[in-house]
Design a protein around this ligand. Structure first.
Ligand code: ATP
Ligand code: MG
Length: 226
C-alpha cells in the first residue's frame, strides 16, 4: 500500500499581534490509501489546522504536502481548488450547508463548481442522497432536517465527485451519540467501498473503531496509540 496523503516537516504558524502560535510544528505523516484513521487530541492541539492543510483549504508555513503523489507546494489557488475538487471531500462539524438550498441542490454544489450540466448534477446528487439514506428528503432544506440528516447531506455533498479521500473534522461533534454512531456506520461502509477516511473525534470509543489513531498535542503528532 502507498501513502495517499504525505506530509514532510509541515508547520503552520499564525502571527496574531506580537504572539506567534505554532498550530502545527514539524509534522511528518503518511496515511495509506484505503485506510480509516482517527485524529485525537485536546482542544487547540492543531487538529483542524492539520485537516485544513490535508484538505488543501490552507497552505503550510513550511514543509511539503503530497496528495495522491501530487505536491501542493507550487500550486496556486485555482490549482489547489482543482485538486480538492477531484480528490477530496470535506465534512465539517456544523455541516456548512447553504440554508436556502434543498438537500438535492446542497449535495450537487461541488458538481456546479466542476461545470457538470444541471441534469447530471441532479442525478448524481440524488444517487448520493439515496446512498446515505435520504431518498425521501431530497426537497427538504437544512432547517427541515434533523442534525444527523444534515450531516448525511454534507457527506453526500463531500462524496458527489467520488473523491478518493474523505476528511471529516468532528463530524459527530454536534450529534447525539446514537446519531453519531449512524454516521460512523456510514463511514465504515464507505471505507469498505475503498475510500480513504480521516476523521477528527473527541470520542475514544469511535476512534477505537478505526484502523489507526493518530494522537496530536501542542501541534505535534505523537506515536500512534493503536
Ligand atoms: N486563524 C487563526 N489565527 C490564529 N491562531 C489560530 C487560527 N486558527 C487556529 N489558531 C490557533 O492554532 C491552534 C490550533 O487550532 P486548531 O483549530 O487546529 O485546534 P483544534 O485541535 O482543532 O481544537 P478544537 O478541538 O477546539 O477544534 C490553537 O491554539 C488556535 O488558537
Ligand atoms: Mg478543531
Amino acid at each position: 500500500m502507498s501513502a495517499i496523503i504525505e506530509l514532510e516537516g509541515v508547520s503552520r504558524t499564525y502571527v496574531v499581534g506580537d504572539a506567534v502560535v505554532h498550530a502545527l510544528d514539524d509534522v511528518s505523516l503518511g496515511i495509506e490509501e484505503r485506510s480509516f484513521t482517527a485524529i485525537m487530541g485536546p482542544s487547540g492541539s492543531g487538529k483542524s489546522t492539520l485537516m485544513s492543510l490535508i484538505g488543501c483549504l490552507d497552505v503550510p508555513t513550511s514543509g511539503t504536502i503530497r496528495i495522491d503523489g501530487e505536491e501542493t507546494g507550487g500550486m496556486n489557488e485555482e490549482e489547489l481548488a482543482f485538486l480538492r475538487n477531484r480528490k477530496i471531500g470535506f465534512v465539517f462539524q456544523h455541516f456548512s450547508l447553504l440554508p436556502k438550498l434543498n438537500a438535492l441542490d446542497n449535495a450537487a454544489l461541488p458538481l456546479l463548481y466542476a461545470g457538470v450540466p444541471v441534469r447530471e448534477r441532479r442525478e448524481r446528487a440524488e444517487e448520493m442522497l439515496c446512498r446515505v439514506g435520504l431518498k425521501d428528503r431530497l426537497r427538504h432544506r437544512p432547517s427541515e432536517l434533523s442534525g444527523g440528516q444534515k450531516q448525511r447531506v454534507a457527506i453526500a455533498r463531500a462524496l458527489v465527485n467520488n473523491p478518493a479521500i474523505l476528511l471529516a473534522d468532528e463530524p459527530t461533534g454536534a450529534l447525539d451519540s446514537s446519531t453519531g454512531h449512524e454516521v460512523m456506520e456510514l463511514f465504515h461502509a464507505l471505507h469498505e467501498e475503498g475510500h480513504t477516511i480521516v476523521f477528527v473525534t473527541h470520542d475514544r470509543s469511535l476512534a477505537l473503531e478505526c484502523g489507526r489513531i493518530i494522537p496530536i498535542k501542542d501541534g505535534r503528532i505523537g506515536y500512534d496509540a493503536s
